[in-house]
Design a protein around this ligand. Structure first.
Ligand SMILES: [Zn+2]
Length: 491
């Protein structure tokens, strides 16, 4: 574990396979030759410490090309020959067009990570981890995630011809699973939630020859994700609050690490308040936070959450995330499940961002915190939009079912066309078959159904003549058509 190994890879010069990580608990440093996440002595979580002197110098000289690799100098060292990219990072942090006016805020920003190559923030992680795996001469990746990281790792592995195995839970957005399969990843389904899939990886020795790319089990994940904090500072300066979805809590810790590094080199004066968001249906970090402060825990819904991207029962970074939130003077909030879909629609229609449920939670959180008057009118707030709603079938079904409203419109138009035809034959009357001849493709059965509806509403009447049934317009029907004529002249 401690010994350095020298290897030759693809004809490149000799590289050293080692990584120095620090225990966040006992603060001891260890040199590893495999990916580890727990301190060998006290089992505290490990992370990568940067050299602040060099970081300060290099941050001052940074040239922004709007890519993740702009911040290469702040990441664990990887020889540039091994770096791979699909154009990740450098995502926009846009000021809200309409929604900030609704809240007591100076400005509301959306850091739009849906703009990454596979439509989530995890492309930053995949770019770093697959580059690192390449530099360590791994030929196989294993990943257990709620979907976004697995899809990204699959994409970047595919780019490099590296085999990828995704161990996924049964409860996963099918769009993310489809991305993994499309990028040629092998899939194994274990348990219901990601906790089961991670347990499976930890207990199974078959993965020793795989590069470990499970977000919770690879400390480089934090390093990749902290670049979001750097970008926010370079794009809009220091916001007052950043609202972050929490699954295992590692994303919030990543942003905290990014901000604290910038504070330590005096690039920012204060760390923004970090506000962690979960769904009320699955909120272990929020519950633990309130329990610690002896606050009353809000009632938890018993329904299933649609925010599958952050569905974690036992968050590995729970304690650390709570510590970061407290140090930043932030807070947590659990959003009722019923508010998620509405927030997705608000983001689409007002801001043009199609977010997945776990991302839209951040907007719902702004709304709830605004109602509780938790913001100052001078505040600038950033919502982190982590991934695309196109990956979540529940969202697609819910939104596409609304096209039935348009369908209802077309039904009304068909009814009016029928009414209009009957009006043209107000003296002689008209049969259903004759109406069909004027309307074309609509079936006779459908026409009779419309005629029945119109008759029930008193807009037409019928009279039997021999074998035929003739339809006539009533005075009420004429009034509807007259009203429609007035409406058309107004449009
Ligand atoms: Zn330790």
């Amino acid at each position: 574990m401690i010994k350095k190994i020298e290897i030759i890879f693809r004809g490149y010069f000799i590289i050293q396979k080692s990584l120095i990580l620090t225990c966040i608990n006992c603060e001891k440093k260890f040199e590893f030759t495999s990916i580890e996440y727990k301190c060998p002595e006290c089992e505290g979580l490990l992370w990568f410490d940067i050299n602040l002197e060099k970081f300060k110098q290099q941050f001052a000289q940074i040239k922004i090309n709007n890519t993740f690799w702009d911040y290469n100098f702040a990441l664990p060292p990887i020889n540039k020959d091994f770096i791979i990219s699909l154009g990740e990072g450098g995502t926009p942090c846009r000021s809200s067009k309409r929604l900030s006016e609704k809240f007591q805020l100076n400005k509301l920003f959306f850091k739009d990570e849906t703009r990454n190559p596979t439509n989530s923030f995890k492309d930053r992680v995949a770019a770093l981890l697959v580059s690192h795996a390449r530099s360590w001469n791994f030929e196989k990746m294993v990943c257990s995630s709620n979907g976004n990281q697995g899809a990204s790792i699959a994409a970047y592995s595919s780019l490099e011809g590296i085999k990828c195995l995704n161990i996924i839970p049964g409860e996963i957005d099918v769009g993310k699973k489809a991305q993994m399969i499309a990028y040629n990843s092998e899939i194994k389904i274990v348990g219901d939630t990601v906790d089961d899939a991670i347990d499976f990886i930890l207990k199974n020795k078959d993965f020793e020859n795989y590069y470990q790319s499970t977000p919770e089990l690879n400390p480089l994940t934090l390093e990749a994700q902290k670049t979001i904090a750097y970008e926010i500072i370079n794009q809009i300066d220091t916001p007052n609050s950043v609202i972050i979805p929490m699954g295992s809590g590692e994303l919030l810790v990543s942003l905290w690490k990014g901000f604290i590094e910038l504070k330590e080199i005096n690039l920012i004066e204060n760390i923004p308040k970090l506000i962690g968001v979960q769904s009320q249906s699955s909120s272990p970090i929020v519950n633990a936070f309130f329990k610690e402060f002896d606050h009353k825990i809000e009632k938890i819904d018993n329904e299933k959450s649609i925010a599958l991207g952050i569905l974690v029962k036992k968050p590995l970074y729970k304690e650390l995330a709570i510590k970061c939130i407290k140090e930043s003077e932030g807070t947590v909030i659990a959003v009722p499940e019923k508010l998620i879909l509405g927030s997705i629609e608000k983001l689409i229609r007002n801001e043009g961002i199609f977010a997945e449920p776990s991302s839209a939670l951040t907007l719902a959180a702004v709304n709830l915190l605004d109602q509780k008057q938790m913001f100052d009118p001078k505040d600038n707030v950033v919502c982190l939009i982590t991934g695309s709603g196109l990956k979540a079938p529940y969202v697609l079904e819910a939104i596409s079912s609304q096209t039935k409203t348009t369908g209802k419109g077309s039904i009304i138009i068909t009814k009016l066309k029928i009414l209009s035809q009957i009006s043209l034959s107000s003296i002689t009357g008209i049969t259903g078959t004759e109406i069909k001849a004027t309307l074309g493709t609509i079936s006779l059965a459908a026409i009779y159904q419309h005629l029945k509806d119109l008759e029930t509403k008193g807009l037409i009447s019928r009279k039997k003549e021999g074998k035929n049934v003739l339809y006539f317009i009533t005075n009420s029907g004429k009034k509807v058509l007259d009203a429609l004529d007035v409406l058309i002249t107004l449009l």
